[in-house]
Design a protein around this ligand. Structure first.
Ligand code: NAP
Length: 272
């Protein structure tokens, strides 16, 4: 591996690329899907809410519609994912990019950690962490056989450091961040690229009820632009907006005493 070359093969040509987006109904996933539809990629868009996917599909041009398939999928249901992966292979003959965007956030605090809240915690871990494993189990045998393809996971900067009020979400994303590193190292020799995508705050349904200050809030279209630009550069880690995410990356290196002090100050300032 050369030190300054891109970590992944750059994905420069989107025309006719076969892209499966899991979690494409709304928000960041829908914005990436729209950007790729404009670039004439072939798309399979998955989510639980078929009417939401259909509503989105109705806004495409006739040509974009013929290149786009909609599939109902729950990332917590392994059989469902395996069936769709097999059907895609039959229809497309191969897969160039699998982008896993599906995720849920719940804002769990320490006082919430009671037996009653366990179903919500389990749901967060099943969607954000076990979901990507189900996708991997379904697509890795296919990608390994074809000896090319790219896996990209939308994680979060919340996985960089421990955070209050995210006691299930942040650990799920920290584990996903870690998983991507191990996968990258193992899959690169097999011709398969891996990217982890760590957005800061993006204005979607997920953040619409946030009652705290969200620094450097971005729009979903800007997030989609950053994601595609990162894949086109061949980046392993795609994080944005840099003015916010770089600070959180630096915080990973700080002694925890200093990190907790600065976090406390930032929270106090944002709630003033
Ligand atoms: N918004 C932010 O500030 C932010 C910041 C950092 C990271 N992220 C990450 O970005 C990703 C997308 O978030 P978003 O902001 O776009 O949220 P969103 O608007 O709430 O969209 C969530 C997406 O995930 C899908 N989804 C949720 N549960 C699913 C399941 N069980 N199976 C299949 N699909 C499922 C939803 O589709 P259905 O409801 O149709 O299933 C929807 O398309 C998440 O992984 C999130 O953690 C977001």
């Amino acid at each position: 591996m050369r030190l300054l070359s891109p970590l992944n093969p750059p994905l420069t040509k989107w025309f006719n690329q076969r892209v499966w987006i899991i979690g494409a109904t709304r928000g960041i996933g829908a914005a990436v899907a729209r950007a790729l539809a404009i670039k004439n990629a072939r798309l399979c868009l998955s989510g639980r809410d078929l009417s939401g996917l259909q509503e989105w599909h109705d806004t495409l041009t006739p040509d974009q519609k013929t290149r786009t398939t909609l599939t109902v999928l729950d990332i917590r249901a392994p059989q469902n994912i395996q069936e769709i992966a097999q059907n895609l292979l039959l229809a497309w003959g191969g897969i160039d990019l699998v982008l896993v965007v599906a995720g849920v956030y719940d804002g769990i605090c320490a006082p919430d950690l009671t037996p009653d809240l366990m179903p919500l915690i389990e749901d967060t871990l099943q969607t954000n962490l076990l979901g990507p494993y189900h996708v991997l189990a379904a697509v890795l045998p296919l990608l390994r056989r074809q000896r090319y393809g790219h896996l990209a996971f939308v994680s979060s900067v919340a996985g960089y450091n421990g955070l209050p009020r995210a006691l299930a979400y942040a650990p799920s994303k920290a584990a996903l961040n870690n998983l991507c590193e191990g996968l990258y190292f193992e899959l690169r020799p097999h011709g398969i690229g891996v990217s982890r995508i760590c957005p800061g705050f993006v204005a979607t349904d997920m953040t619409s009820h946030a009652d705290h200050f969200m620094p450097a809030l971005m729009q979903p279209d800007q997030a989609a632009h950053e994601i595609l630009a990162g894949l086109e550069r061949g980046d392993f880690e795609i994080h944005f907006p840099k003015r916010f995410t770089t600070l959180l990356k630096i915080a990973q290196w700080l002694p925890r005493r200093l990190y907790f002090y600065l976090l406390g100050r930032a929270i106090a300032r944002s709630s003033r």
